[in-house]
Design a protein around this ligand. Sequence first.
Ligand code: UD1
Length: 417
Amino acid sequence: MDKIIIEGGTPLTGEVTLSGSKNAALPILSACVLTGGWHTLHNIPALRDIWTIKKILSNLGVVFEEDGQTLRVNSDNLKSHVAPYQLVRTMRASILVLGPLLSRLGKAKISLPGGCAIGARPIDFHLKGLSAMGVDISLEHGYVVARADKLRGAAIFFDIPSVTGTENLMMAAVKAEGKTTLNNAAKEPEVVDLANMLNHMGAQIEGAGTDTITITGVKELRPVTYSIIPDRIEAGTFLVAAAITKGNVRIKGCRVDDLEAIVEKLVDSGVKIEKQAQDLIAQGNDSIKSVDIKTMPFPGFPTDMQAQFMALMSIADGWSMIRETIFENRFMHVSELRRMGADIEINAGQALVRGKSNLSGAQVMATDLRASACLVLAGLAAKGRTEISRVYHLDRGYHDLDGKLSLLGPKIWREQY
Ligand code: UD1
């Protein structure tokens, strides 16, 4: 296994280019199951979750041709409708093949994702929506077994907006008979990216990016050439990296509108952020002001940036209240940050962070994807040496974060242990 080692205290300077969005690429790759022919997808990030979805799709009979960040995908010869436990257990988003398989083959058997480190994360909304569309669903030996002779449009209401739930139902609905309405749908940019890709395929989807998405079923879809949006969580992570090290970093190729909530909080904390065309330039301030955050569905502050922001707040002036409203157990980075000297108290879904003037390097362990990014950021700012083990969590969702950071000046490298 790899660990990341950081000698902290160097302000980051220079420029960095973002990779494609993991959370957009996962549903878009799954959507290639909807119709045969060669799809060409640009800006696919090279990271572990993409490898996992490719593995799941290969298992179904999908074939790939890879050329750097471009992936050609063909699902002409599907030979299976099963996503097995060994693959699904490593990535909950594997459930994204359920909708496309039902649309294409009328059947799917997907392992239940099981427990997850950051909370219960059920899939009941996915299943309830599909059953309203005429899918017969049973749970057998740890698998969701779903069958439908014909998918029909339905009016579906989400109790809470669910990102992959919205995506799964959108994909199930594109060729269903009649109209499907998704109410209280997720508005995340990744949902919009998928809808745009599906519309290029010939789907009729309206309202993506709003609370209500309407999908009118079509008879035929065609393969597409499509480019994935840049990763807004990677962008946010580099913005915090500039802030926490009091550096100056140009982040190239951002979609600034997707980053409003993050940028606003960073500006409140004293970071100077300038927009130049598609780039954001972040200049950290010597003194970091404490600000409160509350995670919310888009356009609110993303839960996927909560851990990274907490690292910043742990060296801010004053107290910060961080409320997590999306995933109940997403504070596992707290005990590791405390090992680096952070003063954080957790009470009923909120963390009270009392900013300290310094963090100190320590041996820490990554517990989930965004928690690993939080520890890398803390290590960049800390005095002395930080060693982060179990960084396979980081590799699930970032394309070479440590490599990209090392080009901005700090001493950061990997070793095997
Ligand atoms: C997606 C993102 C993840 C992000 C999260 C919230 C992908 C691949 N992953 O995860 O990075 O942190 O959105 O922005 O895009 N819920 C239910 N029942 C369901 C589905 C969800 O109760 O059937 C609840 C969840 O427990 C959570 C909330 O709804 O409290 C939102 O979760 P959801 O948006 O579904 O998260 P994911 O799609 O799994």
